[in-house]
Write a protein that binds this ligand. Structure first.
Ligand code: MN
Length: 199
């Protein structure tokens, strides 16, 4: 039996194959990190990543890893915004604490801050988050410092690409139509720095 809250090393092969841990300060995921409260609510993290282009990386704990999506325009609290979220390789749980500078020439070279973090849980009829992802439609409730309330993550397969999803704020008490959360709240929730202030 596979314990879902142990580090899922199989799923980190792609993550490790892209990186040289002698050169990048990113975690290799060997050490593992304990799950939050042994399960749900699970970890939610958004990192702001100034690589070749500035983007935001959404990470949601599932099965002992952080399921990850690159969100070019970042998340929004306005339900009218449908933000493209491109599924990328699973990351180790301890990546959720990573802020730093990835050296020139390495995968994802550039700077990273923890823009928001907290917990999330699947919303709805008790369907496990893993099955929602499998199905390509996940409704979750986020409890972060900047993002709160219901969000939908929907696979679109736009352009025939299975990795294209949309991240959409649901209409609830935490929705803020017209508010630009990434512009108004640019700094790290861990260090108070903006992404280009990272050493
Ligand atoms: Mn990234």
């Amino acid at each position: 039996m596979v314990c879902p809250y142990r580090e899922n090393t199989m799923s980190l092969e792609k993550y490790r194959s892209k990186r040289d841990f002698a050169r990048t300060p990113e975690p290799d995921g060997e050490k593992g990190s304990p799950p939050l409260q042994g399960g749900l609510p699970a970890r939610f993290v958004i990192q702001k990543h100034h690589a070749r282009t500035l983007h935001y990386d959404l990470r949601l704990e599932e099965g002992g890893v952080l399921k990850s999506w690159a969100v070019p325009k970042g998340p929004s609290l306005d339900p009218a915004d449908k933000r493209l979220a491109v599924a990328v390789e699973d990351h180790p749980l301890e990546y959720g604490d990573f802020e730093g500078s990835i050296p020139e020439g390495e995968y994802g070279a550039g700077r990273v801050i923890v823009w928001d973090r907290g917990t999330f849980e699947p919303a709805g009829e008790g369907e496990p988050f893993a099955e929602m992802l499998e199905r390509g439609a996940a409704n979750i409730r986020i409890c972060g410092e900047k993002l709160r309330g219901g969000f939908a993550l929907v696979r679109t397969r736009w352009g025939g690409r299975a990795d294209n999803w949309l991240l959409i704020k649901e209409k609830d008490g935490y929705a803020r139509p017209g508010y630009d959360v990434t512009a108004e709240e640019p700094l790290s929730v861990l260090s108070g720095r903006d992404v280009d202030e990272v050493e």
